[in-house]
Each structure stands twice: as structure tokens, then as C-alpha cells.
Design a protein around this ligand. Structure first.
Ligand SMILES: [Zn+2]
Length: 167
């Protein structure tokens, strides 16, 4: 453990050998016999193991340039999670929307998620969470439906919001 720790950081003192060094999710295993091209010349490629288990081959300059190296599968995952995060999504749920619903439902109007059933003329409480629309009953009384919806919110959103890192 200490052995590899000592190798983490800047350019290796032992001339060019990156074995055991870590760059982001990649750990350099050994120098491979593969070569990468740099214009007219070729450079040696290091066999690296990604934290996800994939093996990739990288040149020294690439590794040194990107301290957050990862395999292409992890990079794709990372890119899409970044995009979702930018759009305010966590775990398939759009946080900004939840937060605003949370707010609206906590104030006096409170009718978010309560619908009148056209067939029965009764009130239905519904909640969309993680892409799933859930039903929380049908009520004659509008207020009862609002209450059911609020309870559902506390149960689902409350826990979910608590589980998020604070901003
Ligand atoms: Zn990976």
C-alpha cells in the first residue's frame, strides 16, 4: 500500500517508468509492447487497469496530461452523469422540479398532484417519483386528496431529498 502511495504524484524519478503509478481511475500495470503514434514517430503504451476492471493502453504524455484518466466506458458514464447533473437529475429524478413541488405543496395552494377524476368526479392524489406515477387514492373531499398527496411527498421526496448532498 505504502509502496504505491509513494508513486502517486508527479513525474516518476525512476526515468520514465510509470508502473504502479495511478492516474485518476487508471493504475499503470506495466509497459506493453503496443505503440501509439505521435505524428511520424511512435511512443510506447502503458497497460493500465481502470477501477472498473477494463484494460486500456495509454502513452506517457496522455497520462501526464490527464490526471483524471479513465477508460472510455467510464468516460462515457461520467459524461452522461455530468450532463444529467447539469440538468438537475439525480437517480432519474429532476431535483429542481421536486424542490419546487415540495415548496408549492408546503404552502397554502397545495393542489399540485391532485386531480379530479372525470368519471367519478372524485379527487385523486398522485405523485411522480423516479419516473413512476403513483396513485395515492381517490377522495370525495378535495382536502383529503391534498393531505394524501402531502403525506406521499413527505414519504418519497422527504427521504429522497435527505439523501442528497446539501448544496
Ligand atoms: Zn473504467
Amino acid at each position: 500500500m505504502n509502496e504505491s502511495k509513494k508513486n502517486v504524484g508527479r513525474a516518476s524519478p525512476t526515468r520514465g517508468d510509470l508502473s504502479g503509478r495511478r492516474f485518476g481511475k487508471l493504475e499503470v500495470i506495466c509497459r506493453s509492447d503496443k505503440r501509439g503514434s505521435r505524428g511520424a514517430r511512435t511512443v510506447p503504451l502503458w497497460e493500465c487497469r481502470c477501477d472498473c476492471g477494463n484494460t486500456v493502453y495509454k502513452a506517457t504524455d496522455t497520462l501526464n496530461r490527464s490526471p483524471n484518466s479513465m477508460c472510455s466506458a467510464c468516460a462515457a458514464d461520467y459524461a452522461s452523469s455530468q450532463m444529467r447533473a447539469a440538468a438537475g437529475y439525480v437517480d432519474g429524478t429532476q431535483i429542481s422540479r421536486i424542490k419546487s413541488e415540495h415548496l408549492i405543496a408546503s404552502n397554502t395552494s397545495g393542489a399540485r398532484g391532485v386531480y379530479k377524476d372525470r368519471v367519478t368526479g372524485k379527487w385523486r392524489a398522485r405523485l411522480k417519483f423516479k419516473g413512476k406515477l403513483m396513485d395515492f387514492g381517490t377522495y370525495t373531499d378535495f382536502e383529503d386528496a391534498v393531505r394524501a398527496r402531502k403525506e406521499a411527498e413527505q414519504t418519497y421526496y422527504g427521504e429522497f431529498l435527505d439523501s442528497l448532498p446539501s448544496e
